[in-house]
Design a protein around this ligand. Structure first.
Ligand code: GDP
Ligand code: MG
Length: 384
């Protein structure tokens, strides 16, 4: 299970991460990583974007966890937008002494938008708070924020503690026992991730071939689900009208297969479909009546020059190519009113307008490219 700590800078994410590894190591369920080791952050190079992040691993009775902690706010944002390391659930760290802060809110919003549905709150630095009423007030504020973003704010596990005390081996209520409670909450509250294979079939078309005497074949990698020969599918996107057809044959490595599943690179023979009817970028799916969209709201991270991005900022109605699944389509990037220009290194909200419609969903990631270079990485936050 992939989890991680999120929250405002200095609220104690790295201290908590170190404390978790310590408590687990003491039970022989992982290796202790000190605060300094976690904060040192080896540089990771993923999809050209530099994300400073540390992964630590530990175990509970129930699960193996891979846990991500980032040093800076921008690293969290980049990580969430690009999906460099996806989280199945996360621990929101809030300092009880400081209360809700802007980055707390931004992380919660982005988590919801990228489809992280389970969150646990660790209310940290209780040792610094003498006023119990203040703690209750902060708890109320956090629960409100979570409910506002459609989390189950009233019932979300809420653990009060002091990561620093736990890290220092303190066995009183807010020390080590708070970490044990937190891990129990992770085990029970965060759901197992849905396996790709259990979702309905979807494949984005890579290429289209005409096989003489046989028919039209579309190739691609199965993104999710299962497909059997002779099943009905719909081909969606780019053109206004959906094509309904039947897969008469599935091939992988030039052999006929009875079934294909998520991860397979396949070719599918399509009944009564001409080569010109379909193209790269359309999807083949068993999900019925998928809607298509030309316009959506998104969060994007604009790559810096040293990350392979642009040297200069761009303004509204910038026209790069949008790469979404296997589609590459001309688009216009419409900046929000409060954004004059998008500078390399910025994380902004904007609207994207595609030249052709595609089957899209919230949480789907994409990139913007221009002249062979990736200029931005984004995530769809709302369909229009
Ligand atoms: P991050 O930026 O969220 O990773 O926060 P850090 O883990 O680096 O913590 C920021 C500061 O708060 C450090 O000086 C920690 O020692 C301190 N700190 C973290 N947890 C606690 C706590 O439970 N109690 C107290 N008093 N200080 C804490
Ligand atoms: Mg940190």
């Amino acid at each position: 299970m992939n989890i991680g700590t999120i929250g405002h800078v200095d609220h104690g994410k790295t201290t908590l991460t170190a404390a978790i590894t310590k408590v687990c190591a003491d039970m022989n369920r992982g290796t202790f990583k000190s605060y300094e080791e976690i904060d040192k952050t080896p540089e990771e190079q993923k999809r050209g974007i530099t994300i400073n992040a540390t992964h630590v691993e530990y175990e509970t009775e129930k699960r193996h966890y891979s846990h991500i902690d980032c040093p800076g706010h921008l690293d969290y944002i980049k990580n969430m937008i690009t999906g460099a390391s996806q989280m199945d659930g996360c621990i929101l760290v809030v300092s009880a002494y400081d209360g809700l802060m802007p980055q707390t809110k931004e992380h919660v919003l982005l988590c919801k938008q990228i489809g992280i549905n389970k969150m646990i709150v660790y209310l940290n630095k209780i040792d610094m708070c003498e006023d119990k009423e203040l703690i209750d007030l902060v708890e109320l504020e956090i629960r409100d924020l979570l409910s506002f973003h459609k989390y189950d704010g009233d019932n979300i596990p809420f653990i009060k503690g002091s990561a620093l005390k736990a890290l220092n081996g303190d066995n009183s209520e807010y020390g080590i026992p708070s970490i044990v409670k937190l891990l129990n909450a992770c085990d029970t509250y965060i759901d197992e991730p849905v396996r790709k294979i259990d979702l309905p079939f979807l494949m984005s078309i890579d290429d289209v071939l005409q096989i003489s005497g046989k028919g039209t074949v579309a190739t691609g990698r199965v993104e999710q689900g299962l497909l059997k020969a002779n099943e009905s599918v719909e081909i969606v996107g780019i053109k206004e009208k959906t094509i309904k057809t039947i897969v008469t044959d599935i091939e992988m490595f030039k052999k006929t297969l009875p079934t294909a599943q998520a991860g397979d690179q396949i070719g599918v023979m399509l009944k009564n479909v001409k080569k010109n009817d379909i193209s790269r970028g359309m999807i083949i799916t068993k999900i019925p009546n998928l809607k298509t969209y030309k316009k959506f709201e998104s969060d994007i991270y604009v790559l810096k020059e040293e990350e392979g991005g642009r040297k200069n900022p761009f303004s509204s109605y910038y026209r790069p190519q949008a790469y979404i699944r296997t589609a590459d389509i001309n688009c216009a990037v419409i900046l929000n009113e409060d954004t004059q220009v998008a500078n390399p290194g910025d994380n902004i909200k904007c609207t994207i307008e595609l030249m052709y419609p595609l089957a899209l969903s919230c949480g789907l990631r994409f990139s913007l490219r221009e002249g062979g270079r990736t200029v931005a990485s984004g995530i769809i936050t709302q369909l229009i």
